[in-house]
Design a binder for this molecule. Sequence first.
Ligand SMILES: NC(=O)c1ccc[n+]([C@@H]2O[C@H](COP(=O)([O-])OP(=O)(O)OC[C@H]3O[C@@H](n4cnc5c(N)ncnc54)[C@H](OP(=O)(O)O)[C@@H]3O)[C@@H](O)[C@H]2O)c1
Length: 344
Amino acid sequence: MAATNVPRVKLGSEGLEVSKQGLGCMGMSAFYGPPKPAPDMIKLIHHAVHSGVTFLDTSDVYGPYTNEILIGKALKEGIREKVQIATKFGITTKDGKMDIRGDPSYVRAACEASLKRLDVDCIDLYYAHRIDTRVPIEVTMGELKKLVEEGKIKYVGLSEASASTIRRAHAVHPLTAVQNEWSLWSRDLEQEIVPTCRELGIGIVPYSPLGRGFFSLGASLMENLAEGDFRKNFPRLQAENLENNKLIFEWVTEMAKRKDCSTSQLALAWVHHRGDDVCPIPGTTKIDNFNQNIGALSVKLTPEEMTELESYASTDVVKGDRHAFIASTWLNSETPPLSSWKAE
Ligand SMILES: NC(=O)c1ccc[n+]([C@@H]2O[C@H](COP(=O)([O-])OP(=O)(O)OC[C@H]3O[C@@H](n4cnc5c(N)ncnc54)[C@H](OP(=O)(O)O)[C@@H]3O)[C@@H](O)[C@H]2O)c1
């Protein structure tokens, strides 16, 4: 068992307490090659929980659905009370194209379906995965508030929302967390999202804190990707950008050697050092990698070391967008005014 003591932190002002580092479960079932064997993933989830990492991140779109079912199975063996389950709704398809939904009947149906798949009475943290720009955020939040009142969800979050959407949503019902990509090479949320969350007392959950594995393996990540791995399409990982970006990994690795830790640990430690209200959810499908990643909590960085790390991955150094599809919606997630909404 890993010896690292995993601290607990409070996210938001409504009472959610989680481990300072979570476990991203997406890659166990989706997007990063074929689904991994369920017994191995259940073993990994149990290992994480027994190691003190109790904040599990999933979504109905991972699979779709199979990742929630996997987590539901893992919870069967007496760990429900020990974990905080975060899941998400809103990314779906229509006529073969991606469709984002935040209308009340969809929100309710998605929640009921997630409860069934997870086989739990209540979801701890329920996020809108993306913002439906056809629906005033007040309307989406109104339904989420009802779900809280009915005891179906405990806490509410948004993923990839703009600062003004966060503000409007928070006025309807206090948000517990905002989930966005945040890592050494994805720092655009620092301009508006982070200050807004801090002003309003909302926790921040960085997704892809290892740059989708780039800060673990560098350019070699691309050598062994399975058929269908979405990262094959990620702009920053395309040959023309990777030639440049691989230097970032090399510089961070050099520094990790000096710090006597792994590159993954240093990259994760940087995210942890962004604040006590920051709870990254690195994804892994391997117990060894999980053990290494919780070691990041023991890596201490001085302000000078933070600055040094940041200089290796500044915006003028990084080549390529962070997303291949589902663009940076936090920049354009403005929803119509409440007055424009005609009730369903
Ligand atoms: N809200 C959103 O829109 C959104 C978007 C993306 C992701 N997410 C959530 O955030 C979670 C994490 O993001 P992510 O999985 O995209 O990216 P990530 O955490 O940055 O990186 C995960 C990748 O890094 C590898 N890895 C992890 N630790 C490693 C280590 N110590 N050594 C070598 N390789 C290592 C994993 O491979 P192995 O499996 O081989 O360890 C996996 O391929 C997801 O699971 C999901 O729950 C949310």
